[in-house]
Design a protein around this ligand. Sequence first.
Ligand code: ADP
Ligand code: ZN
Ligand code: ZN
Length: 736
Amino acid sequence: MPPALLRVALPVPLPRMFDYLPPPERMPASDDIGRRVRVPFGTRELVGIVMDVVSPVSDAPPGLRPALEILDAAPLLDGELAESLQWLARYTHEPPGEVFATALPTSIRHGDALPDTQAWSWQLTAEGAARRAQLRQGSRPCQIAEWLAAGPAAEDTLAARMEKWREAVRGLHKRGFAERVATVATAPSATAAAPLLNPEQQTAVDALVATDGFAPFLLEGITGSGKTEVYLHAIAHCLARGRQALVLVPEIGLTPQMLARFRTRLGATVHALHSGLNDAERARVWAAARRGEARVIVGTRSAVFTPLPEAGLIVIDEEHDGSYKQQDGIRYHARDFALVRGKALAVPVVMGSATPSLESLHNVRQGRYRHLRLRMRAGDALPPRVRILDVRKRPLQAGLAPETLDAIGRAVATGGQVLVFKNRRGYAPVLMCHDCGWNAQCPRCDTPLTVHDNGRRLLCHHCGHRQQAPEACPDCESLALQPQGVGTERLEELLARHFDTVPVLRIDRGTTQRRDGLAKLLDRIGEQPGILVGTQILAKGHDLPNLTLVVVVGIDEGLFSSDFRAHEKLAQQLLQVAGRAGRSQRPGEVWWQTHHPDHPLLHQLIGGGYPAFAGSELAQRQAAGFPPFSHLALLRAEARDMDTAQAFLRAARQALETSLASMPAGCRDENPVTIYDPIPAPMPKRAGLYRAQLLLSAAQRPPLHSLLDMALLPIHALPQARKARWSLDIDPVDLY
Ligand code: ADP
Ligand code: ZN
Ligand code: ZN
């Protein structure tokens, strides 16, 4: 009988599996499925996942190579997670091996053993207790023995207290003075008491804890209405039932403050997963979750891949946030994938937001999600008062009107803090020659370079290109080079000059590279009066109880963008930023500076809040046939020149048309897929490559996915496909 073969998913961008003979002297069995396997691939070695064990009908095809080694003693990727990831591979039309590689922590993907998640301690033996006086006074072993005499000490504690502690403790171990013991986990106790829920919060919590099995909930509540309190109650209930909870938060929402709130309230170890962790730390959290040791996992986008063998609840905070969508590689949406997992795991999924995505609101209207609402601010905080400031014909200083400067002055004079929000980093967005009109452009993107460091440095925010600002205009040699427009640095400069008695802090990606950078900056200002200038980093997360005035500068760009999601993003941002004001007893005020004081979007938001805006925006989307009333897929191509990129997309379009024509007639007529012409991307050049795109749109998902299933193999095989770098984005969020 011919030997069974291993069918392996490998992290290579080819839409197929790879068959291997089993490693020498090993009989494959069906429970090899889900184990990692090391295989030769060309001249390289790769680690893949066994997807199937197949018995060839005849002799194994010639040329098959044996796998080198099966790495796991038991399946590593199995059950719900394996199945959900295969669903994701089908949905994104990406090879399962690439999806697995995205989902697994780096070291595990590369074949390392699952890390030890057991914590260890050291204690003195009877011998050590009796004879430790013999140790040399002042030596490291003597010091450690002294600590241990007071009781066992965790390795983490020893590491924190002494360098080279391990060598010293090994010395003790050799002499029989000390022994290593597994630390018995003791859950931290909850130190903070829960506030009494208000009736709306109670209704929401009741609905969540009464749910058995999968159910999606949209928890819509203005900022400060107590959504996090609802999560905490639902998580506590989940823990009490002996289940695990997964909490997804946006990239900038996962602050030390937020983690501390979870830890002190839940009385459970909270495992955090975010981009600041190193590979080993990520792998440990993953392993701890897989072993069921991690009970509460709080993490950003990729935490959605956490194994949850005892799942009880999934929470997605700020579900509308753009950081949930992965923008390269496997372009998954963490919120949407969390729902898929919630269904497979049969647990409730709560999506919370003050400004829900139109997709989620649409799902509520369709009866697919249950709607939970919190209409009041929790505690005794009042909603902020919003005012539109017409700045037409007003003299502006660094973009600020005189009335705005007066208001800032009044706020700090009465001991308040002020947030000036401007969604543009740097000193100014453009450096222009006043004599000839030349402006500094990125040589790799053909877009204006942002002026930084008060005019000394130029930086491309798209590709990272940086250069010194020229002394004179390269075209006309004039010295009249002027920064045009306003960025956060320029605002900071003006405000610091204008209000020199209070601290002015700039908070953007330039000043908060490190995760704790923001917390440190904010600690510096504390509760004292002062001014914060910042980008969307400031829009959420850190609580600023003393913030009484929020000024938003430069909202006009968002009012007139060609992106169909621009209004949604602007409305969300305006309300999220406004929500920062008046979080406690002091009433908050919000000023929106604009040249378009009559714009309906602004009046809807003020008059009817987000629901009014969302209602009219949904109607417009429906009339235009945009998501959520249609489903999009975007084929992108990049190449050294625009012709090559477009030639690929034209050939791809041909392949798509051919496949569409061969689809069953009924399906095609009822559920058409529109294939648009290839066009240059809204940003046609980036980092030296020319970019084009082709949009597909369909009223229903299934025909769109069937079409892609049919057409992608021929597209892969196109000769033009080798000359361009291309990718497919299902449900694209940004159309560029
Ligand atoms: P959100 O997540 O909606 O922004 P939070 O849950 O963070 O709201 O609540 C905002 C503030 O109100 C927090 O300081 C929180 O401790 C407090 N809070 C929430 N619920 C209550 C309640 N029922 N009673 C008193 N204070 C509350
Ligand atoms: Zn010039
Ligand atoms: Zn650039």
